[in-house]
Design a protein around this ligand. Structure first.
Ligand code: DPN
Ligand code: ZN
Length: 312
């Protein structure tokens, strides 16, 4: 019955006049190519392979990752800068990229950590979030997106050492600069091999006012694609924390790490009950083989449509 109703709805849309069929603003975002996102993951893997198997803070594979992402953004016309900090006796780097245009007093920011642990290449954690926001950034340019808000991206260093880079960035901003950032969306692990579809819980996470609307926006985006989600209390486990501490509304998505998928979760999402969402979490086997393409694709599409709606 549900299928018939969906089919009827689809036929109605197909038969509509061009004016009626015009997609609402929220749906005008591009469908992000998972092949493009995977090509970026392959790049991170080769960088790790060429640099002792990792992309960790203070190691050459991290700096090479920054340089490569920066070159892609520079080519696309973003204004990029490398923000340095010191941690554990080594220089760390955040990559900040601004999309030209939009209201500079009304900034939407998307971010994810670019470093891996020393014990592996960090392809799911967090090549996925890094590659997905990179591809979304490139598609802003490719599609000529002209948001009214200003859009900025951040690739954070030394997350794995205790959220160091994102904290250094937020602490480097003046009060005024912080107040201009109205939204921060974080993407850390979006292609887990035995995936769940989690949205950061604004209430349980005690997020600043305005965060619940972001949570609901992300949930609605998955729901529109018929993907059931669960809320997750991510606490202080990723780079949204520093933004949250500054009173900035935050949100994010996550496909699971070391926790075990339950039978109920496997029934609604597929995959293997009794097994971790990511068996290679923080391990040398977190390679390009450690990715669920469907989860990666769906999250990249949600990132794009959320950005298109929030920054419109
Ligand atoms: N912070 C992640 C890591 O880099 O290990 C794990 C994580 C991400 C946990 C997001 C919860 C939510
Ligand atoms: Zn991570």
């Amino acid at each position: 019955m549900k299928i018939l109703i969906a089919l009827a709805a689809a036929l109605t849309v197909a038969a509509a006049t061009p004016a009626q069929a015009a997609a609402p603003a929220a749906l005008a975002a591009p469908d992000i190519s998972v092949a493009n996102v995977k090509a970026h993951l392959a790049q991170f893997q080769s960088i790790a392979n060429a640099n002792g198997g990792n992309r960790a803070h203070g190691r050459p594979g991290y700096r090479a990752s920054v340089n490569w992402v920066k070159s892609k953004l520079d080519e696309a016309g973003f204004t990029t800068r490398v923000h340095s900090f010191t941690y554990g006796g080594a220089t760390g780097y955040n990559l900040i990229a601004d999309y030209p245009g939009g209201d500079a007093n009304n900034v939407v920011m998307l971010g994810g950590h670019l470093d891996s642990v020393p014990g592996g290449p960090g392809i799911n954690d967090n090549g996925t979030g890094s590659a997905s926001i990179l591809e979304v950034a490139l598609q802003m340019k490719a599609t000529g997106f002209r948001p009214t808000k200003h859009v900025r991206f951040g690739w954070w260093g030394a997350e794995e050492r205790g959220l160091i880079g994102s904290s250094a960035y937020v602490n480097s901003l003046t009060r005024t600069e912080k107040s201009k950032i109205k939204t921060y969306l974080n993407f850390d692990m979006t292609g887990s091999p035995n995936p769940g579809y989690f949205v950061y819980d604004a209430v349980e996470g005690d997020f600043p006012a305005g965060s619940l609307a972001l949570q609901q926006r992300l949930e609605a985006d998955f729901a529109a694609r018929n993907i059931p989600t669960e809320l997750i209390n991510v606490g202080n486990r990723s780079d949204h924390r520093a933004f949250m501490a500054a009173g900035i509304p935050v949100g994010g998505t996550f496909t699971g790490a070391e926790k075990i998928k339950t039978a109920a979760q496997a029934a609604k999402w597929g995959g293997t009950a009794g097994q971790a969402f990511d068996r290679c979490y923080h391990n040398s086997c977190d390679t390009t083989s450690n990715i669920n393409d469907t989860a990666l694709d769906r999250n990249a599409d949600v990132i794009a449509s959320t950005l298109w709606a929030v920054a419109a």
